[in-house]
Write a protein that binds this ligand. Sequence first.
Ligand code: TXA
Ligand code: MG
Length: 346
Amino acid sequence: MPTEVAPTDSEQSTRETIARAVALLRAGEIVALPTETVYGLASDALDPAAVEKIFAAKERPHFDPLIVHVPSKTALHEVAEVPEDTAKTVVQLVETFWPGPLTLLLPKRPVVPDIVTSGLPTVAVRQCEHPVFHRILKHFGGPVAAPSANRFGKLSPTSAAQVLEQLDGRLPLVVDGGACARGLESTIVRVRAAAPKPVIEVLRPGPVTEVELKKFGRVEFAGRNAEVEDSAPEAPGMLAVHYAPRTPLRLLSAPSEFVAEPGRRYALLSYRGQEKDGYLGLHPWDSVEVLSPGSGRLAEAGIRLFHLLGRLDRGGYDEIVAEPVPERGIGRAILEKLRKASCGPR
Ligand code: TXA
Ligand code: MG
């Protein structure tokens, strides 16, 4: 199937593109859409045959459930139950972070097909902030299921070109909404009633950080579940091999850990690109990419992470060596992606 890339560079082209995307969704097709986090591969969430096409295109195992994106805050209640004992906190989170990169895990309503949730009694829900995505959902009028638009276990795409690299020929349309503003997948949380404060359990770290969530409850991070590989993940995004470039990647925790083997070509993924951090001068790197040139801003590093990993992956190096980033704010999510990438195929 030929894959077309549809522009959104003027109001006219955006309208035409939105109409095409909605028509395809209504016809039970899959469409790649820009979100503020990463590109998503969307279908009608309530049509199991359409959802099946997502799994097929991504080669995603059926035990890995999808996120449901709703057109409005109130539409949350059409797909999920909000238990009374956590309702206050859930409403606060929705009011504060939606539309935006926060996904809530809640008991599902029967209308959501089992294929979406991998048979689990819960559904992951968010309202996306990207203006084009938002308009498509408003016109479509219902929820769409949309995981990241990558092949299973590979790097998440943050541009239309990156979607094509992995999925060209497997879907009719990619809506080009430009580069993603956040560059990392949404934070996934589950709320638990507890005294004296509700617990907000972070199942996948992302752009909404611990500091922001702390105002609404006690924040806990789900343990990393590295041994889960071929069975249903207990927590989302917890499969050991994920976000993996083809090139082996090694995440260092200190410069002294690096020992070069003769004859191998190494590329460095640097955080700030500064000599004083001790990594640049360690080795005559075959290539260096810098996540946040000069300033060391974690938000910038997050936006550029998948883009630069993709570029290094295409460079044909024997190994990508990654500097650590500070484990605070969105740095937690960046480190998690790098740790998972470092479990990738050898
Ligand atoms: O930012 C995002 O969240 C992007 C954009 C496209 O919205 N989507 C995304 O979807 O990252 P995906 O499928 O790549 O990651 C969703 C994660 C998966 O790790 C899946 O296992 C988990 O959420 N998940 C979904 N529903 C779940 C459920 N009911 N219980 C446990 N985990 C769930
Ligand atoms: Mg994904």
